[in-house]
Design a binder for this molecule. Structure first.
Ligand code: ATP
Ligand code: MG
Length: 572
């Protein structure tokens, strides 16, 4: 069971908790055996020899025994529970750490809700399983072995008869375990589906309202939930079948023992107290057996969940960081694309694009929607690796530059405004984690955001809600610009950065940006062509290929696509 072994490795750092729990657990298992063993001398002393001392001592002994049991149980539950929790906490940290390192392609392939479900639900299932299994196995194995000791000590022939049924339990246990694992895995996948519906509905709640999708979404959720129940129901079925089947099988053993043991008592080969001691030990013996078998099912469930978790932990990012790669100096900001081709899936989205941005130049990327502009700048930031060709910054292929250095070198204002549920100040601070308040304010001023921020109830400390829902589109964009400006990177990428601003604000932000672009290499993507008129070079992208490039003047004279786009926009 390599998966289970791996799971156990996570428990290793907490070994002393497990040892303590195991000791307590073993004591619990042993106590059952001691109790069964003691039946014989006690019955003899009390009912046969009428020993008053033993009789008066017994109630106290019972209380002490149960107090001791209670202490052992508490130690076991507490230490095993915390060990499992700590181990699973490490698993959860690791899955998050690994998951976040995977590249964008991975996240575009997998649904967010389903990934969340792995981190929350599957890890939760692991957590519930691990502690129970480990402590259960200790307690029940010790219990089983010591009770076997008692029955063999009492009467080895009867003992053999009573354990003959044990092999009979293996077959159903195995079948049930396999079914549980299969159903559990499918159930977890289904949980991912409804987590996805939940995630999408809640994050798209405005559209749900606008298109009156409430009942449709409710129905979709209900169906996914029902499907999940289908698997849960099967899991409960197989889980609950285990005990009854075992009980029926073990009743055969008990019946046989009553038959053979009873006749031994009648023929005075065995005393009644011995027989009771035997029967007690045997009845107690089947309980750990049953639990061990249930643990097996539980372990299968846990393994199913662990597999899904380990799949993510083991996923290898396609875009590998080269830790021995080059670090680029601030002056290295000439960007060159050489015959770049790239595809997300089957078709090339970027088709043989070559271009150079000299240090300090402003390059505008324009062209029809879906032409590949965003994709192209994503390649420069190495969110994806090119399929063919290469991208150079300074004299280095970006694949030979360390990720940290490359990311330090590039500041991005994305087409989608990406903000977090945090204060305004902190959202800007993501651009430079150690920025002072004064730096944040000055970045906000340059991005033309300071005034509206000061009008907010708590100024820079105002919380802006999930993804910045409490702000207007233009305000969000200005925060993103401030964040990128704060980063103060030599290469600036602005993907429709000012598209949500009114003309007046846009002109202001544009002026501020122009100052900043002065000694930076900047890529500007814009549909509003007024923002790119003065670019050093305008690249017109259509269907992933450069159809034209040059300055505004040159392109107008060319009378091609750019000129047509301009005519359409500046018609009035
Ligand atoms: N994650 C993705 N997976 C698969 N295909 C994608 C993905 N992102 C974009 N595409 C495809 O790549 C093409 C180029 O998209 P891209 O976003 O680069 O266009 P764009 O020029 O930025 O358009 P717009 O001006 O509308 O922002 C589109 O045809 C789109 O369908
Ligand atoms: Mg785009």
């Amino acid at each position: 069971m390599p998966v289970f072994k791996r799971l156990m490795l996570y428990m290793k750092p907490y070994w002393w908790r497990i040892v303590l729990a195991a000791l307590a657990s073993s004591a619990l298992g042993g106590l059952d055996a001691a109790f069964a063993y003691m039946i014989e001398p006690l019955l003899k002393k009390i009912f046969m020899t009428k020993d008053m001392f033993v009789f008066s001592f017994l109630p106290l002994a019972v209380i002490l025994l149960f107090v001791f049991r209670a202490v052992c149980r508490y130690i076991n539950d507490y230490f095993m529970g915390t060990a499992a929790q700590l181990a699973v906490q490490d698993v959860r940290n690791e899955i998050f750490r690994k998951n976040i390192l995977l590249d964008l392609k991975f996240f575009y392939r997998n649904q967010t809700g389903s990934l969340m479900s792995r981190i929350v639900n599957d890890v939760g299932t692991m957590q519930n399983g691990v502690g129970d299994i480990v402590s259960g196995v200790f307690r029940d194995s010790i219990g089983l072995v010591s009770l076997l000791g008692v029955i063999f000590y009492r009467d080895w022939q009867l003992a053999i008869i009573s354990i003959l049924v044990i092999p009979l339990t293996i077959y159903p246990a195995n079948i049930l375990g396999k079914k549980i694992k299969l159903v559990a895995r499918k159930g977890q996948e289904e949980a991912g589906v409804f987590a996805s519906i939940l995630q999408e509905t809640l994050s798209g709640i405005k559209m749900v309202k606008a298109f009156s999708l409430e009942s449709a979404m409710t129905e979709q959720f209900r169906l996914a939930n029902l499907k999940f129940y289908g698997f849960s129901q099967k899991m409960i079925k197989y889980g609950s079948l285990s005990s009854p089947i075992m009980e029926v099988i073990t009743s055969l053993g008990i019946a046989a023992v009553i038959l053979f043991g009873g006749s031994k008592v009648m023929s005075n080969e065995m005393s009644a107290p011995e027989f009771f001691s035997f029967i007690t030990a045997m009845a107690l013996l089947y309980s750990p057996l049953k639990k061990l078998i249930a643990s097996y099912g539980n372990a299968q469930r846990c393994i199913g969940a662990s597999e899904r978790v380990f799949e993510i932990i083991d996923a290898v990012p396609e875009i590998l960081d080269n830790p021995h790669g080059h670090t680029i100096s601030r002056d290295d900001n000439r960007v060159e694309l050489k015959n770049v081709r790239f595809k997300y899936q089957d078709d090339y989205i970027i088709n043989d694009v070559s271009l150079t941005a000299e240090k300090g130049e402003m390059i505008a990327l324009v062209g029809p929607s879906g032409g590949g502009k965003t994709t192209l700048v994503s390649l420069i930031a190495r969110f994806f690796d090119v399929n063919e060709g290469q991208i150079l910054i300074g004299s280095h292929d970006i694949r030979d530059i360390t990720k940290a250095s490359l990311m330090n070198h590039i500041a991005l204002v994305d087409q989608e405004t990406i903000l977090f549920h945090d204060s305004i100040a902190n959202n800007i601070r993501y651009g430079k984690p150690d920025a002072t308040d004064a730096e944040i304010v000055s970045a906000a001023k340059v991005a033309f955001a300071h005034d509206f921020i000061m009008e907010m109830p708590e100024g820079y400390e105002t919380s802006i809600g999930d993804r910045g829902v409490r702000l207007s589109g233009g305000q969000r964009q200005r925060l993103c610009i401030a964040r990128a400006l704060l980063k103060n990177a030599p290469i600036l990428i602005l993907d429709e950065a000012t598209s949500s601003l009114d003309t007046e604000s846009e002109q202001m932000v544009q002026k501020a940006l122009d100052n900043l672009m002065a000694n930076r290499t900047t890529f500007v993507i814009a549909h509003r062509l007024s923002t790119v008129l003065h670019a050093d070079k305008i690249i017109v992208l259509e269907n992933g290929a450069v159809v034209e490039s040059g300055t505004h003047k040159g392109l107008i004279q060319n009378n091609g696509l750019y000129s047509r786009l301009c005519t359409a926009q500046f018609a009035d």
